[in-house]
Design a protein around this ligand. Structure first.
Ligand code: AMP
Ligand code: ZN
Length: 114
């Protein structure tokens, strides 16, 4: 379901974003409403709706996104640590239904996971 997907439009350059990193498989950009001094979103270029749609067939792509998260954290100088979040479904408050990993850091994050 690519039609009307905000992050597909960002990947395709139809909607502007502040690019942090890009390779053939994924795209990373700054969150428009940052929740921490560093708040970056890493998305696969191929449309996957959420973690719930990660399968054995596309797990390597999701894993690649996580490897890119680690690379970006170094690039951003997040030496003190960071948090990776992927909201999945309504109860988690997922608002954009294209798999994405939030990288949050740049300060001491709160202790609450939920
Ligand atoms: P989630 O609530 O986990 O689905 O996260 C969606 C994220 O996308 C939120 O943190 C939004 O601030 C962010 N977002 C929405 N629109 C844009 C945009 N045009 N550019 C960058 N980030 C966006
Ligand atoms: Zn999409």
């Amino acid at each position: 379901m690519k039609n009307d997907c905000l992050f597909c439009a960002i990947v395709d350059g139809e909607i502007p974003s502040t690019k942090v990193f890009e390779d053939e498989l994924c795209y990373a950009f700054r969150d428009i409403n940052p929740q921490a001094p560093a708040h970056i979103l890493v998305v696969p270029k191929a449309h996957i709706a959420s973690v719930a749609e990660v399968t054995e067939e596309n797990a390597a792509l999701a894993g690649h996104c996580l490897a890119v998260c680690a690379k970006i954290a170094v690039q951003e100088g997040l030496t003190g640590g960071y948090r990776i979040v992927s909201n999945c479904g309504d109860d988690a408050g997922q608002t954009v239904h294209h798999l994405h990993f939030h990288i949050l850091g740049g300060e001491r994050l709160n202790d609450h996971m939920a």
